[in-house]
Design a protein around this ligand. Structure first.
Ligand code: ZN
Length: 537
């Protein structure tokens, strides 16, 4: 049974109706490393519904948290100076760097929240600022203040340095400087807390002393208390979260105790997950680097960026193909080609009756279903490989011409309109990929006339090209057949296959390397290739 279904089963054992929460602090760009939880939450929602339960997934924007550091790209140039003054203020009160967004939160979260539907994610979206300002949290805040001593005692069990005796689980927003990170709350009465703006480790306070109305969003609960309060407020029964929260003494463990003792609520079913990291090339050193995606260092790969180069199903597949606690690494460079192939293989397996029906096959089929943005297709789509699309998109004038090439090479037979649409989308994404992420050796331009570099082609290589031209004029090859055939020709003319590959590249693009040779030749107009090879030979 797929791990998502195991969770759904466990949930249904607890009750019929479920709210699965996900969320994130809007501290900067929301990249695919942040997608794990909302995708998992939505997957569980689907599985619960498919098993006969009722479920809702939610995405909670923590937009009332203070800005601890200036995120990229606001930490560059003049902007860095401009945004320094907002350190310690709630994200929602920080302006947008441009005119087209309402504020900082809108600027960073909209590309994410607007894309969710494209990935088939159905979530109800909440804003922490809105919840606090609307007064919906008031009773829970009061309960937390009443139980402050008890909460402090719970948290102190896990702390090396105990919290001060006048500690309260609430951070007020300073009415004078607008900062939340700098205040210390030390007393409360009715709907008010008293605070002093003392400063914190990363930003100074203004020294102001005052009162804040916690019933009207005058501040927020401290994280370890806010989380269980939110569970109760929204009736959360299941929540995926990063593994750091799941550590011993982490916020889930303390949240569970606080939920029970202070709010009389059972903590949600926990689904800890491992981080997604982005692998790529360091722009300065050119080195392959492996680092955790961080929105403060500018290494980001967002949902819209994903959609520009990869199909939405592939991100779902990326998340659901392995368990939540398995580390996930995404590389938008060369490995994307293999990743597309893997997805196509899984699709093929889904539609191929093997008659085995074992656990492994069941698992693969379920992963394919969970990867679908919409209903699982009834019929297997006819696909062109992304690898081929990445070559073809560099050769053709338009996508109609590309579809003609695909048909003429026998890669699609009587394609449906959907097949053509899928192929066209793949070509567009391949084109973007070539421009944005592909390694240099896969980029090329066909030489309109015989390139001067072709002079380097030897007599033996010329013989090979001549045979290849003759064979191409007699038969239509698929890219794979062609690839294999070139090996045979090389053997017949007694040269290494690589030497013949080099001759092909020199003849067509004036250099010794290029995309896989079968794909490469298949993408180009056949008559053009034959004439060029004969011109040399
Ligand atoms: Zn202040």
């Amino acid at each position: 049974m797929h791990w998502i279904d195991q969770i759904a089963k466990a949930l249904l054992g607890r009750g019929e109706k479920h709210t699965i929460a996900s969320g994130i602090s809007i501290s900067g760009h929301i990249h695919i490393g942040h997608c794990n939880d909302v995708f998992i939450a939505d997957g569980i929602r689907r599985a619960v519904e498919q098993t006969g339960g009722k479920a809702e997934a939610i995405w909670y924007a923590d937009d009332y948290d203070p800005m601890r550091r200036i995120p990229w790209p606001l930490n560059e140039g003049d902007l860095a100076e401009r945004y320094k003054r907002y350190l310690g203020m709630p994200y929602i009160n920080i302006p947008s760097p441009d005119q087209t967004h309402k504020n900082f939160v809108d600027y960073f979260s909209r590309p994410f929240s607007d894309s969710l539907e494209d990935f088939g994610i159905q979530v109800k979206i909440y804003s922490a600022a809105e919840i606090y300002r609307s007064g919906k949290m008031t009773n829970l805040i009061r309960a937390a203040l009443e139980h402050a001593d008890e909460i402090r005692e719970i948290l102190n069990r896990y702390r090396a340095k105990p919290l001060p005796e006048d500690w309260l689980p609430y951070d007020a927003i300073c009415e004078k400087c607008g900062r939340l990170a700098t205040t210390k709350t030390y007393a409360w009465h009715d709907n008010y807390v008293s605070y002093k703006c003392d400063g914190c480790d990363y930003v100074a306070g203004c020294g102001h002393e005052g009162e804040a109305d916690y019933g009207k969003g005058g501040g927020k609960l401290t994280w370890r208390v806010e989380w269980p309060a939110r569970w109760k407020l929204l009736g959360v029964t299941c929540e995926p979260f990063g593994k750091d929260h799941a550590a011993a003494g982490g916020s889930y463990e303390t949240g569970k105790i606080i939920a029970k003792q202070v709010f009389g609520y059972d903590a949600p079913y926990p689904v800890p997950y491992e981080w997604v990291s982005l692998k790529g090339v360091d722009e300065e050193t050119g080195e392959i680097v492996h680092r955790r995606m961080s929105s403060s260092r500018g290494v980001v790969f967002t949902l819209p960026q994903w959609l520009s180069t990869a199909e939405p199903e592939l991100l779902r597949y990326f998340i659901f193909r392995s368990k939540a606690m398995k580390s996930k690494e995404f590389d938008p460079g060369l490995p994307l080609l293999d990743f597309y192939d893997e997805y196509d293989m899984v699709e093929n397996a889904y539609f191929t009756e093997t008659g085995i029906g074992d656990r492994k096959e069941e698992q693969v089929e379920r992963i394919y279903e969970l990867s679908q943005v919409r209903a699982t297709p009834k019929q297997q789509p006819q696909r062109i490989s992304f690898r081929f699309a990445a070559v073809l998109c560099q050769v053709v004038k338009n996508w109609d011409q590309a579809i003609d090439v695909i048909k003429s090479r026998g890669m699609m037979t009587d394609p449906s309109q959907t097949d053509v649409e899928l192929a066209t989308q793949r070509l567009e994404r391949a084109f973007n990929w070539i421009n944005d992420y592909a390694p240099e050796h896969l980029k090329f331009k066909i030489a309109e006339t015989l390139p001067p570099e072709a002079k380097a082609i030897t007599v033996e290589q010329k013989n090979g090209l001549k045979i290849l031209a003759d064979d191409l004029s007699k038969k239509d090859y698929t890219p794979v057949e062609l690839h294999n055939h070139i090996y045979e020709i090389a053997q017949n003319v007694d040269i290494e296959p690589q030497e013949l590959f080099k001759a092909v590249y020199l003849a067509l693009i004036g250099r010794e390397f290029g995309p896989r040779v079968g794909n490469f030749i298949s993408a180009i107009d056949k008559e053009f290739v034959i004439n060029r090879f004969r011109e040399i030979a």
